[in-house]
Design a protein around this ligand. Structure first.
Ligand code: ZN
Length: 276
């Protein structure tokens, strides 16, 4: 069971088999899913294909819709929450915890989900994009793969700490994120990590945006080159294959609770043109 820590709503959605998406994600109703639970998966919400779960709990006021966009290696759902205004000029996606032991982004995203309604931006947030790693508080997914080395841009075989997987996009979580980002096609993606404390400008595609994040999150701009060259990262893949820009945000090793719960969510919203 994934514990609803951080005060997040652990609502269960109704699922009726595989959904073939033919329109943009924003056009889908709130309780549909993008993907079917894998056979033999142990999704703990009752979210197996063909099983109708219990009625969904009411969504927090800030949430326009929520949906399951796919499943992890262990069959845990990967959830996306839609916030803000669908008609806004700009769409942003924020990813909370690609490395399961770096959970500060999940705290920030939880505050966005559970606060007042957001205006001025169309925002999708994924609190736990690596749910198996998050639950065990480890960097990798359940097969020991570093998801941020598994994307199919400049992928290179690596083992150990930076295990890049058997081949590009070998991991279900990687494929779920790719599919979701292809459908939403946001102007900006922000992926939260820690503990290097900075906004990455290494090969930055949109420096003004990185500087806005730096100002409003009170983090310095830094050049993170993955210790000598990045391979197969989400940022590389998105920046090469989409018109928008992806930026890595690294929180420090031990940010204060008030910063993570109040200042950082407020600053993040300001940086992406939103307010509440
Ligand atoms: Zn990380």
């Amino acid at each position: 069971m994934i514990q609803p820590r951080l005060g997040m709503v652990a609502a269960t959605v109704a699922i009726v088999g595989t959904l073939v998406v033919t329109d943009t994600a924003a056009a889908l109703p709130a309780t549909r899913v993008f993907a079917q639970a894998p056979n033999g998966g142990n999704a703990s919400t009752g979210a197996h294909a063909g099983v109708r779960a219990t009625a969904a709990a009411p969504l927090p006021p800030a949430v326009v819709s929520k949906r399951i966009i796919g499943y992890s290696v262990r069959g845990r759902p990967i959830r996306a929450y839609e916030l803000g205004e669908r008609g806004a000029r700009k769409t942003v996606v924020a990813l909370g915890s690609m490395h399961g032991n770096e959970q500060d982004g999940t705290v920030l995203i939880s505050q966005l989900i559970n606060g007042k309604p957001i205006t001025g931006v169309h925002l999708w947030v994924l609190p736990r994009d690596n749910p198996d790693g998050y639950l065990r508080n480890v960097r990798h997914n359940a097969r020991g793969v570093d998801l941020n080395r598994n994307f199919p841009t400049k992928w290179k075989r690596a083992t150990g700490y930076y295990n890049s997987g058997a081949r590009p996009s070998s991991e279900p979580e990687t494929r779920v994120l790719k599919r979701f980002l292809d459908r939403v096609n946001p102007g900006h993606v922000v992926t939260f990590h820690s503990p290097l404390r900075g906004i990455d400008v290494y090969g930055a595609k949109d420096r003004p945006f990185a500087r806005r994040l730096s100002t409003h999150l009170r983090l310095p701009t830094k050049s993170f080159d993955c210790s000598g060259g990045c391979h197969g990262t989400l940022t590389q893949w998105f920046n090469r294959n989409h018109p928008g820009a992806c930026v890595t945000v690294e929180f420090g090793s031990d940010p204060r609770p008030r910063y993570l719960n109040v200042r950082a969510p407020r600053g993040f919203l300001r940086a992406i043109g939103g307010s509440r």
